[in-house]
Design a protein around this ligand. Sequence first.
Ligand code: GSH
Length: 225
Amino acid sequence: MLKVHHLENSRSQRILWLLEELGVDYEIKCYQRDSETMLAPPELLEIHPLGKSPVITDEGTTIAESGAIIEYLVDNYDDGRLLPGEGTQERLAYTYWLHYAEGTFMPLMILSLVMNRIETAPMPFFIKPIAKGIVAKVKGGYLGQNTRRNLDFMEMSLGQSDWFCGDQLTAADIQMSYAVEAATVRSMQPDEYPKLRAFLERMKARPAYQAALEKGGPNKMIGSD
Ligand SMILES: N[C@@H](CCC(=O)N[C@@H](CS)C(=O)NCC(=O)O)C(=O)O
């Protein structure tokens, strides 16, 4: 049976959500993060050389990287509901958002997480002003400007439609969900980006999303405390 190697509080939540939307039977093997470093446990290295999650195994094949997993699952198990038709504008948008989430936006969210961590890390008092100065420079320059530009773009792209590729949920929305959730805790003020927030509310209201949460356990976004 298809197995999801699921790391707590991680991107693999969206793979569970996709499998629930597709109605595929699967089993979950859960892994806990190291409570100090937040890294995945070494057992995940036995599944894939990078030791990251998500990873799935299906019919003797191991597949890592969310985008590749999503493409594999849609190719093999979708009946056409979560993938726009070939040659359409929606299909172009689908390909774009599927790659954009991890290729463009998540690196900004990781840098954001690192900067937030440096700001609050315990360190000798005489180092603190230097560290804070570096963080302020990064946040005020490259990180802040690029994050804002990307969030504005994502908000604008939702336009009048419910999902990133139009009025139908696609697997690209499932890929985007983790990126938008990460932004809410790392980069957005509570009163900003109403369309992105409404997107997350629509996601949470879906029975398949709730079923995935029930099976995978609570999913707390890292960077939310
Ligand atoms: N781009 C990869 C990122 C994979 C990734 O970084 N996963 C995180 C969980 S959200 C992880 O395994 N972190 C634990 C670690 O790096 O040890 C994907 O989308 O699959």
